[in-house]
Design a binder for this molecule. Structure first.
Ligand SMILES: Nc1nc2c(ncn2[C@@H]2O[C@H](COP(=O)(O)OP(=O)(O)OP(=O)(O)O)[C@@H](O)[C@H]2O)c(=O)[nH]1
Ligand SMILES: [Mg+2]
Length: 428
């Protein structure tokens, strides 16, 4: 057990973090993820005032035994903690029993993530998404809590069965209402995406583990000032801005980050937000290079797992960020270890603006190809207006004015076809 000096600083929201040993655990990785729990607790506004870890013994059953829970209860009493946060996923029965013994609220990592998301939800849609995730999480819990209460119930407590049914039905009705509202928002998104494509924009999104530097990179390449903080899940609500790529029109979206073991109900609830990533034309997968190679691999694997089944062939550029903090020899050794998961990465420092031009060039290479074309336009008002439209929609490489206007340009296939159609086949 370790009590940090931080406990003297704050008041209220004092939490104790707990971790059970799990079978076949890789201790370094688990230690890292436990520290991540500390960061999550801070992001939710808590002050971690103590930790309790179960050591792994070769023959133990990896259960939190009665003795350990009593030790925890004693710790809660002596520190005066308001809450206990478990790193491990706990069953409702376990949460219920432990909170009875500790006499304070007990939550696990997933409820903690939900609390953070609830804090960050500023738009109507994100509030609905958080509510949906909470309700979906609540259903099995509600069942278990009611049956636990029933078990303990003395004769004479009537109507719990009715309560159980109506509560669950109420939850289900609320879920259905929110789902249908989110579905219609998703349809609006689809039309917006189609419109953006029609107008010639390629859709690019930033993805990656939380705190990798996605928002910092977003600010650096589109000259914005979205919130950047050394805190997990700073961004929840997506932001989209136009990105200047020397003539190619693109929109870049910054959105919510990933985390190890992100529960599927959370991903589902945030589907319409995550679709910004899943349904884009190109994904920039941002990775924090200033970490141990094992952790970079863990975060890359988490990101790939979240993306894999849902992106159907969308190209990915791996962007190794924060290189200002890593010297060259360390970078070489990192690449030796992670290269197979991140082929041809682009090295950048979003904070210092290093590598932005290389990244933009790489983005252009990965965008859907444009056609190179030559065109002869009538030297008339109509020809001039087509020329100005080509300037808007494509990249004009050369123009020669004579009896006719000769243009060499590059544009999307739709634009080239439309130009042909406008002029008729002979002039092309
Ligand atoms: N040294 C250094 N720090 C960086 C760089 N890029 C981002 N950071 C820092 O990393 C922290 C996280 O940055 P964000 O841009 O908020 O990260 P994010 O991926 O958007 O995080 P979430 O929205 O929380 O998922 C901040 O403290 C940034 O200042 C970089 O290139 N170099
Ligand atoms: Mg962010």
């Amino acid at each position: 057990m370790k009590i940090s000096a931080e406990q003297k600083l704050g008041n209220g929201n004092r939490v104790i973090l707990v971790k059970r040993a799990t079978p076949n655990s890789d201790s370094e990785r688990e230690e890292y993820l436990f520290q991540e729990l500390r960061e999550l607790a801070k992001a939710a506004g808590y002050l971690p005032v103590g930790e309790l870890k179960q050591t792994r013994y070769p023959d133990s059953k990896y259960q939190l035994g009665k003795g350990k829970i009593e030790e925890l209860a004693e710790l809660v009493r002596s520190i005066g903690a308001d809450k206990v946060i478990f790193y491990n996923r706990l069953s409702t029965t376990q949460l219920f029993n432990i909170s009875e013994i500790c006499k304070c609220q007990v939550i696990d990592k997933f409820q903690l993530i939900l609390e953070i998301f609830a804090k960050r939800a500023t738009t109507h849609r994100s509030k609905l998404q958080v509510e949906l995730a909470r309700l979906r999480y609540e259903i099995p819990r509600a069942r278990a809590v009611v049956s636990l209460a029933k078990k303990e119930e003395r004769a004479g407590f009537m109507g719990l069965g009715d309560y159980e049914d109506s509560y669950e039905q109420d939850l289900k009705k609320r879920i259905a209402r929110i789902e249908s509202e989110l579905e219609s928002a998703e349809k609006d998104d689809e039309s917006l995406r189609a419109l953006r494509h029609k107008k010639g924009f390629s859709l690019i999104s930033l993805a990656g583990y939380t705190n990798a530097g996605k928002s910092t990179l977003f600010n650096a390449i589109v000259s914005e000032s979205v919130d950047v903080r050394n805190m997990l899940f700073t961004t929840l609500v997506p932001t989209t801005r136009a990105l200047d790529l020397g003539g190619r029109k693109a929109l870049l979206t910054d959105t919510v980050g990933f985390i190890e073991d992100l529960p599927h109900w959370l991903v589902d609830a945030f589907k319409s937000t995550l679709n910004e990533i899943f349904l884009s034309d190109l994904i920039l997968l941002v990775v924090d290079a200033n970490e141990k190679p094992e952790m970079i691999l863990l975060k890359l694997a988490t990101s790939h797992d979240t993306l894999w089944d849902r992106i159907q062939g969308v190209p990915i550029i791996t962007v190794l960020n924060k290189v200002d903090l890593v010297d060259e020899s360390r970078l070489d050794s990192i690449m030796e270890q992670i290269g197979y998961m991140a082929p041809n990465p682009v090295f950048v420092s979003a904070k210092k603006g290093i590598g932005m031009d290389v990244l933009k060039a790489e983005i252009v290479k990965h965008l859907p190809p444009w056609c190179f074309c030559s065109l002869s336009l009538p030297n008339s008002e109509e020809g001039m207006s087509i020329l100005s439209w080509l300037y808007d929609e494509g990249i004009v490489h050369r123009v020669e004015f004579g009896e006719q206007i000769h243009v060499d340009y590059e544009a999307r296939t739709e634009i080239v076809n439309k130009a042909h159609a406008l002029l008729g086949p002979k002039e092309v």
